[in-house]
Design a protein around this ligand. Sequence first.
Ligand SMILES: [Fe+2]
Length: 177
Amino acid sequence: MKMESLKDLYLEQLRDLFDAETQLIDALPKMAEAAHHSDLKNAFDQHLRQTREHVTRLQRLFSALGERPEGQTCHGMKGLIKEGQEMIKAKGDPDVIDAGLIAAAQRVEHYEIAAYGTAMAHAKLLGRDEIVRLLDQTLQEEKAADQILTDIAERIVNVNAAVRRGKDFDTGTRTTM
Ligand SMILES: [Fe+2]
């Protein structure tokens, strides 16, 4: 791997992201299938559509740079997806499994948020404003997807899981004082 300029590093980061997004296109339908709650299924389906768009954006960006997106494996995303697969295979309470799927998916989103933030910082330094805008569009969608998962977890899954398995949680004593 040649790393002689910021552009080399930047391209390496973008290729890593391209591979990460491509891996996600395979993983998200399995997450949607494993999810029990319809809101969560919909969130995964919606993010699958966005992720396809993210791949297309990265392809546009590579052609704008006169480069090819191939040749990089994102090991970080591989590991995160593997953790998600463990939750897909898990047996037990549907709400608890949904909470676990959300936890896995939010790790993925935060990984992408970090990666797009870095790529944007590099693009700014290189003075590529059109690329900054393209990356920022995706970054905002990753942040929104993360927020949707937080909302689902807070609104439904965590509450249901805690109620059903109340005896397993030390929820403390409620007081009216
Ligand atoms: Fe994405």
